[in-house]
Design a protein around this ligand. Structure first.
Ligand SMILES: Nc1nc2c(ncn2[C@@H]2O[C@H](COP(=O)(O)OP(=O)(O)O)[C@@H](O)[C@H]2O)c(=O)[nH]1
Ligand SMILES: [Mg+2]
Length: 314
């Protein structure tokens, strides 16, 4: 990555690094406290493992990372910077296989967006739509969260800003019927991508599952392969609870990838690494704020270095 040639990418790095600062400063301070003028021994490694678990990297990942460091540097003096560089490299390796943006392979490519209320589905759809428009793609949005009038209005605002049609129904309208209409409209428009918002009422799990499955069933009447992607939006501030949400939604509907939001509002940003190691699901995008510029495709190295509070690779 050349910083001078890619001001756009550098701008994003700054945003991501700032967004992750609550997580990274805690990790960096912890590492600084553990490794200043101390050899890498069993005690320091133990402390490091605890620190990584506290940053929500997960027990298995923390173990793997600490084990790698033990193998390479046991008995030697290491600086906090060396430890962070080492961890950033190893974390990037874990994240590499899951760092994949949504590939628009069909026309229209149908993307179903699921997740609990408040996780950031509607906002993420608005941001994705904006990003795709900026790439010159034709986008249609379906306001499938028909339970909350505010959700429809919120999408319409994003749609207007991005210049993207938003298909909405009357409050309480059948979400599956709306998805069906939206796919027909997207086809008629020659759209590249149709994004479908959904309700996230996990308090009525059976009802939500039925609704999501019905949407999928109805879409398949028009296109047997639809939806081509099902994005689970996860709020990073919930930390380890994100694991449970992945399990629940995987059972309800075939999740093909994740979008992580609110990394700016948490010290639990390490959960992305734990999820990558545990589920191996693609991480399509990460969000670090409420504006359209705050969501971007997930980049393993950039994320890993930001998480460790390090500058981009020169
Ligand atoms: N700080 C921050 N806030 C976010 C992010 N993504 C979404 N939000 C906010 O989270 C709240 C819920 O988002 P919304 O899209 O309505 O969630 P939904 O219920 O899943 O559709 C809104 O206030 C959003 O502005 C993010 O990446 N960072
Ligand atoms: Mg919503």
């Amino acid at each position: 990555m050349s910083d001078t040639e890619q001001p756009e990418k550098r701008g994003w790095f700054r945003r991501l690094k700032d967004g992750l600062s609550r997580t990274s400063s805690r990790i960096a301070e912890g590492i600084g406290a553990i490794f200043t003028k101390r050899k890498l021994d069993a005690a320091t490694l133990e402390e490091l493992e605890t620190l990584l678990i506290q940053a929500d990297l997960g027990v298995a990942t923390a173990e793997t990372l600490v084990e790698g460091l033990r193998r390479e540097r046991f008995g030697q003096e290491v600086s906090p910077e060396e430890v962070r560089e080492h961890l950033a490299r190893e974390i990037a390796k874990i994240l590499q296989p899951v760092a994949r943006p949504i590939a628009l392979e069909r026309r229209p490519h149908v993307v179903l967006v699921v997740g609990v209320n408040g996780s950031g589905k509607t906002t993420t759809i608005g941001k994705l739509a904006r990003n795709w428009r900026a790439e010159g793609k034709r986008v249609v949005i379906a306001a499938g969260d028909t339970f909350r009038a505010a959700a429809v209005e919120q999408l319409q605002v994003w749609g207007e800003r991005a210049g993207v049609p938003v298909i909405a129904g009357a409050p309480g309208a059948d979400a599956a019927g709306l998805a069906f209409d939206a796919l027909q409209r997207a086809r008629a428009d020659g759209a590249d991508v149709l994004v479908i918002d959904t309700a996230g009422r996990l308090q009525n799990k059976a009802g939500l599952m039925e609704e999501l499955r019905k949407i999928v069933r109805v879409l398949k009447k028009l296109d047997p392969d639809a939806p081509h992607d099902c994005v689970l939006v996860l709020d990073a501030t919930v930390g380890q609870n994100a694991h449970q949400q992945v399990e629940i939604f995987k059972d309800m509907v075939g999740v093909t990838g994740l979008a992580m939001t609110k990394l700016d509002g948490t010290a639990k940003g390490g959960v992305v690494v734990a999820l990558a190691e545990r589920f191996g699901l693609p991480v399509y995008a990460v969000g670090v704020g409420e504006t359209a510029d705050d969501l971007r495709a997930f980049d393993a190295t950039v994320f890993a270095r930001s998480l460790m509070g390090l500058e981009p690779i020169r």
